[in-house]
Design a protein around this ligand. Structure first.
Ligand code: 6PG
Length: 465
């Protein structure tokens, strides 16, 4: 019996994806560099073992799959992907397809598509181990006809939103991996915004972890309802046996990162796309890692007196501020996607992307359903201009402003919330201050400016004389 599909790389995500595929009725041949891992995996697959074929060499893997073959790569991003492709392609027929389902940098995916003669697809898979096993969100990129070949399997294994699979073709070339990177950038920002709210509750209002957990649970019943708010409540509620106290209180405040959020920030700079909330989140992770330096600076300057009177900061205002910051962050993400689509000539569509993000992925939330509708109704990537979100912003921006000013007065760092407000205030200011910058540029470098009154270009000030 031939397998319908093959998979290379039985790490956490690869193994979970293989079981998901088998569970949906597909026979799958699997290969891992360490052979014992392959046999352990199939041996431990219980009822699903009958649909799994363990293979010990790439030749065996290729021979086990029905033609034209589809082989999913789930190996670490970067060189391992190139090495795996180099080892695999000599064994394949011309129409066999490789699907890279790892967290690849989309520039690498573009390059692989250019260089390879083999059909090649790059798909972003989100949802962690649990998602990969029971229903991830899947963002596909590459030739549309290749996506169509593999779509039935991907639809079967993906998360569903009211019956609609959260798996779709995003656009050409590395567009799938690009959209996954923006997803991760937003993931960083959502997490940072939540962490800032947590900080104001812990250090400002002096709330204990239980009270904070309850607040997240309550917020999860309102406009903020989302996977990340839900797990934040669970993280805050977790108990540590060793100290008989909240687990959160013993976790070192230094955030790790594999780099996808950083890629998004770097790419945004290349595109000239403003994503200050995501950038603030990446920077905050970098600063969090400087644990000893922060301790030394606290010794030098003294800790800021962060205690805030309950009369100065209500939990309702904090909730409103988070809603406002979140909308502004997504506005930036969707605009960045539109900028990339223009720059690279892709067919990216904000509404379609929001639909894929509604379930399965880490940033899944009810608000994404509203975003999908809103972006589908307007011919613009500007979420903040869509009527329903413009109304939300009008209703919540005052709370964001109040929360930030309270935080700033008490020395509590809120970089992502502040970046959101600065973005809002900049974007809704028709007459900005870059005329001063243009004057300065012309003064020292005769760079020229445009006159507002008559629209003439390449004008110079009298200082040029
Ligand atoms: C997902 C996650 C996943 C992973 C991130 C974590 O969508 O399932 O984004 O890809 O958890 O890589 O990223 P950091 O290690 O950079 O936080």
């Amino acid at each position: 019996m031939s397998a319908d599909i093959g998979l290379i790389g039985l790490g956490t995500m690869g193994a979970a994806l293989a079981l998901n595929i088998a569970e949906k009725g597909h026979n799958i041949a699997v290969f891992n560099r360490t052979t014992s891992k392959t046999h352990d995996f199939v041996g431990g697959a219980g009822d699903l073992a009958g649909r799994l074929t363990a293979t010990e060499t790439l030749e065996e893997l290729v021979a086990a799959i029905a033609k034209p073959r589809t082989i999913i790569l789930m190996v670490p991003a970067g060189d391992p992907v190139d090495e795996q492709i180099a080892a695999l392609t000599p064994l394949l027929d011309a129409d066999d397809m490789i699907v890279d389902a790892g967290n690849a940098n989309f520039h690498d995916t573009n390059r692989r598509m250019r260089e390879l003669d083999q059909p090649f697809l790059g798909i972003g898979v989100s949802g962690g181990e649990e998602g990969a096993r029971h229903g991830p969100a899947i963002m596909g990129g590459g030739p549309r006809e290749l996506w169509d070949r593999v779509e039935p399997v991907l639809h079967a294994i993906a998360a569903k939103h009211e019956g609609t699979p959260c798996a779709d073709w995003m656009g050409e070339e590395g567009a799938g991996h690009f959209v996954k990177a923006v997803h991760n950038g937003i993931e960083y920002a959502d997490m940072q915004l939540i962490a800032e709210a947590y900080g104001l509750m812990r250090d400002g209002l002096g709330m204990d972890a239980d009270a904070i957990a309850q607040t997240f649970q309550r917020w999860n019943e309102g406009a903020l309802r989302s996977y990340l708010i839900e797990i934040s409540g669970e993280v805050a509620a977790a108990h540590d046996e060793a100290t008989d106290g909240p687990l959160l209180d013993v976790i070192l405040d230094a955030a790790g990162q594999k780099g996808t959020g950083r890629w998004t920030a770097i790419e945004a700079q290349h595109l000239g796309a403003p994503i200050p909330v995501i950038e603030a989140a990446v920077v905050a992770r970098n600063m969090s890692a400087r644990v000893e330096e922060r301790a030394r600076m606290e010794d030098l300057f003294g800790a800021a007196p962060q205690t805030i009177a309950a009369s100065d900061l209500s939990l309702d205002a904090l909730e409103q501020a988070l809603i406002c910051g979140k909308i502004l962050c997504y506005d930036q993400g969707f605009r960045m996607i539109a900028a990339a689509s223009d720059q690279y000539g892709w067919s990216l569509n904000g509404a379609r992307i929001a639909r894929v993000w509604r379930q399965g992925c880490i940033i899944r939330s009810e608000m994404l359903d509203d975003m999908a509708s809103a972006l589908g109704e307007v011919d613009s990537p500007a979420l903040m201009a869509a009527p329903v979100f413009a109304d939300h912003l009008k209703a919540t921006q005052k709370a964001l402003r109040n929360v930030i000013s309270t935080a700033v007065r008490h020395g509590a760092p809120v970089p992502a919330l502040s970046a959101a407000l600065a973005y809002f205030d900049t974007m809704r200011t028709a007459r900005g201050t870059a005329n001063m910058i243009q004057g300065q540029r012309d003064f020292f470098g005769r760079h020229g400016f445009v006159r507002m009154d008559d629209g003439t270009k390449d004008q110079h000030g009298s200082w040029a004389d």
